[in-house]
Ligand binder design. Structure first.
Ligand SMILES: C[C@H](O)[C@H](O)[C@H]1CNC2=NC(N)=NC(=O)C2=N1
Length: 97
């Protein structure tokens, strides 16, 4: 789960997330997505749900919240790049949005 994704794994696992609005961040071998909610309460509710899941998964997002906007970047620091842990967390976030 913490080995960096191969090109074939990226093609399989990343493509569905790219369709949902996630984008590669080449600078850090990461992916990023910006979520826009109706207001701060909805944005922070999402962050709270994700935080509880992230803690269970022992895998944590880099993120920034300004009022109704949540900017998320996912990468695996221990591996120095994108791994299946990031894919799993992105999928959980898509289920919790
Ligand atoms: C000790 C602990 O398991 C590690 O530091 C975990 C915690 N959460 C993490 N989150 C992310 N995004 N990358 C990591 O490498 C990572 N490592």
């Amino acid at each position: 789960m913490t080995d960096k994704l191969t090109a074939a794994e990226r093609a399989t696992h990343l493509t569905p997330l790219l369709d949902k609005g996630w984008a590669p961040v080449e600078r850090a071998d990461a992916i990023a997505r910006t979520y826009v909610f109706d207001d701060f309460v909805h944005a922070f509710g999402f962050m709270t749900r994700v935080a509880l899941e992230a803690e269970k998964m022992d895998h944590h997002p880099e993120w920034r919240n300004v009022y109704a906007t949540v900017e998320v970047t996912l990468t695996t620091h221990d591996a120095g790049g994108l791994t299946m842990k990031d894919i799993a967390l992105a999928r959980r976030m898509e289920a919790l949005v």
